[in-house]
Design a protein around this ligand. Structure first.
Ligand SMILES: *Cc1c(COP(=O)(O)O)cnc(C)c1O
Length: 392
């Protein structure tokens, strides 16, 4: 790279450091679980989206080992060329069944699913209504669509209704996270559906953090609210509670067919490796056969949340296993995260641009596999470090 370019990026990095927004990677040296080996030591993990602990579930590992023997490693081509393994068909059938929708289509990741679906649905002249705290992949997808994007206040359906009323006569989409990833609260889906019906708009929900976590069967926010058949497009990931990788869109047959033919992030990318598909197939089986995992996750929420509040921490209005502690200043948030790490408790600092300016936080994500002892270790460490830094 040219000298002057290197100097200018170094300046940009220095500026991030000054603002407390510089990020560095931590290195895992073993499997992702409720306890992890990181940089030579073992810590308790509170920073993954591995809510059910499936990344290291024996059923998934066993299945993947068998599949690799039979199918090898890579997929060799995009799905439309020659990479469409029968495992795709099996997984998509299982997903449609799980989500109680006519069909499902797998994408390579949640980011890519949003980037593929939203521009396929909405074009120039159309209008998208997007919650202000929606995930970055939705924001980027909205931009790519060339539709007009109108941001409504977080979970504020009165605000949405005022805005949508002004945009009659155009194709409209309301898009929301099902569970807000950095907040832990749940979208007001019944009201969004009601507004969509009144103004004949489409509704899309991103269930990245709701899949495997919400609803009696764990199928997500639509099941949680009893809205089967009322939400046009459901996106979800296979990489969070399902412990693998990839994402899906669940909806009508015609829509699936349309996406196969128009979604650029579906068409112009290599298919997922067979082992990755197999791990999600096994994950769906585990979710169905071991409902106690989800029960344990929620038991941990009921144990942990009141205790962390009783220590004097301010948490967000969360309703899920995501329990963010508000700190505010990014420097202080990172310092607290580092000190907790030294105590053997890994709680990652979340800072802008992942969250709005001035709202840096420690994002705790509970798992089904955390033991009560581990939760107590975390509470002790939070109390000790919180006092030391004057946060509580
Ligand atoms: C994680 C996440 C995504 C992206 O999913 P990946 O599979 O990690 O690319 C999309 N939307 C939301 C709300 C997420 O939390």
């Amino acid at each position: 790279m040219k000298e002057d370019y290197l100097r200018s990026i170094q300046r940009a990095i220095d500026e991030l450091k000054q603002k407390g927004l510089y990020r560095k990677l931590r290195v895992l040296e073993g499997e992702q679980s409720h306890r992890v080996r990181v940089e030579g030591r073992e810590v308790i993990q509170f920073s993954s989206n591995n809510y059910l602990g499936l990344t290291s579930h024996p059923r998934l590992k066993e299945k993947v080992l068998k599949i690799v023997e039979h199918y090898g490693c890579g997929s060799g081509a995009s799905r439309l060329v020659s990479g469409n393994f029968n495992l795709y068909e099996e997984l998509e059938e299982k997903l449609a069944c799980f989500k109680n929708t006519p069909s499902a289509l797998v994408f390579n990741s949640g980011y890519m699913a949003n980037l593929g679906v939203i521009p396929s649905l909405m074009q120039e002249g159309d209008v998208i209504f997007s919650d202000e705290l929606n995930h970055a992949s939705i924001i980027d997808a909205c931009r790519m669509s060339r539709a007009e994007v109108i941001i409504f206040r977080h979970r504020d359906t009165d605000n949405l209704e005022r805005l949508i009323r002004k945009k009659k006569g155009r194709e409209r989409l309301i898009v929301t996270d099902g569970v807000f990833s950095m907040e832990g609260d749940i979208a007001p889906l019944p009201d969004l559906v009601r507004i969509a019906e009144r103004y004949s708009a489409l509704v899309m929900v991103d269930d990245a953090h709701a899949t495997g976590v919400l609803g009696k069967r764990g199928s997500g926010s639509v099941e949680h609210f009893g809205l089967d058949g009322k939400v046009d497009i459901q996106m979800g990931t296979l990489s969070k509670a399902l412990g693998g990788f990839g994402a899906y869109i669940a909806g009508d047959h015609e829509f699936k067919d349309y996406l196969i033919n128009t979604a650029r992030s579906f068409i112009f990318t290599t298919a997922l490796p067979p082992v990755v598909l197999a791990s999600s197939i096994a994950a769906l089986e585990v979710i169905e056969e071991e409902p106690e995992l989800k029960e344990r996750l929620w038991e941990n929420v009921r144990f942990f949340k009141p205790r962390v509040q009783a220590l004097g921490f301010q948490i967000t209005k969360t309703e899920t296993p995501i329990i963010p502690i508000r700190i505010g200043d990014p420097h202080l948030t990172v310092k607290m995260s580092d000190m907790l790490f030294d105590e053997g408790v890994w709680i990652q600092a979340i800072r802008p641009p992942a969250v709005p300016e001035g709202t840096s936080r420690l994002r705790i994500a509970l798992m089904a596999t955390h033991t009560v002892e581990e939760l107590e270790v975390a509470l002790c460490a939070l109390e000790k470090i919180g006092h030391r830094l004057g946060v509580i």
